[in-house]
Design a protein around this ligand. Structure first.
Ligand code: CDP
Ligand code: CDP
Length: 219
């Protein structure tokens, strides 16, 4: 197999650390495709709940995964996602999905299937992909990996300002302690504590990190 030709910028970190905002802005600045891997775990969870399947029943979740069609694509420079032809939209961030997604994403077979989808994106575009295990498991060979953090208090306040019910502490604990690809700081990741930073500053830090690792970026 030939060596991958596209760049991958991996943005990992705990919930509400700013991954989506930073990745979106960064992708726009670089002209890369922004891919939110969390949205894939959320889409499956959304579908599982709609089907009346318990997120805590791994056998039933895996069986459900086998009968649905999760389509991950790209349209007009934007990553797209649908389940059996339906875009879950705001359903991805409902309180029920927030509560069930960590159980679903902890199932090894689920990760196997979705990680394969995530890797396909590099075949078609330069990407900024955000998640929990992008630098550690999905694209461990990319030199461009970042761990975006913020204190638990700051993250809880950020999510609260969005007015969405989300038990961050419980989700972070589950994501960090599960056996299958837990949230870890990849050993070669650049760690950025954003507790005291606004979005513009974080993006500048990431761009500086990319330049430091050899990517040509316009400042
Ligand atoms: O935006 P936020 O950080 O709140 O969550 P997200 O990135 O949308 O991810 C939702 C959930 O999906 C996480 O709590 C993890 O359980 C799971 N996830 C994962 O296991 N691996 C990833 N690469 C991305 C998300
Ligand atoms: O994707 P993730 O859950 O990690 O975080 P996000 O959805 O990008 O950000 C969560 C909230 O924090 C959003 O409302 C952002 O506008 C806000 N935010 C912030 O106040 N300061 C930052 N440096 C980054 C994000």
């Amino acid at each position: 197999m030939s060596a991958p030709t596209h760049h991958v910028v991996a943005i990992d970190g705990p919930a509400a650390s700013g991954k989506s905002s930073v990745s979106r802005e960064l992708a726009a600045r670089l002209g890369f495709l922004h891919v939110n891997s969390g949205a894939m775990y959320r889409a499956l969870t959304w579908s599982v709940l709609r089907a009346g399947v318990s997120p805590d029943d791994p056998g039933a979740v895996v069986a459900h995964l086998g009968v649905i069609d999760i389509a991950c694509g790209e349209e007009g420079g934007r990553a797209t996602l649908s389940v059996d032809g339906v875009d879950p939209g705001d359903g991805l961030t409902s309180p029920e999905v927030n509560a069930g997604v960590s159980a679903v994403s902890g199932i090894p077979r689920v990760r196997e299937v979705l990680v394969a989808r995530q890797r396909e994106y590099r075949l078609v575009a330069d990407i900024v992909m955000e998640g929990r295990d992008i630098g550690s498991v999905v694209f461990p060979d990319t030199p461009y990996k970042f761990y975006i953090d913020a204190s638990a208090e700051v993250r809880a306040a950020r999510r609260q300002r969005e007015g969405i019910s989300d038990d961050l502490a419980r989700r972070d604990a589950a994501d960090s302690t599960r056996e299958a690809s837990p949230l870890v700081v990849a050993e070669d990741a650049i760690v950025i504590d954003t507790s005291e930073m606004d979005l513009t500053r974080v993006v500048e830090e990431v761009l500086a990190g990319l330049a430091g690792r050899g990517m040509e970026v316009d400042s």
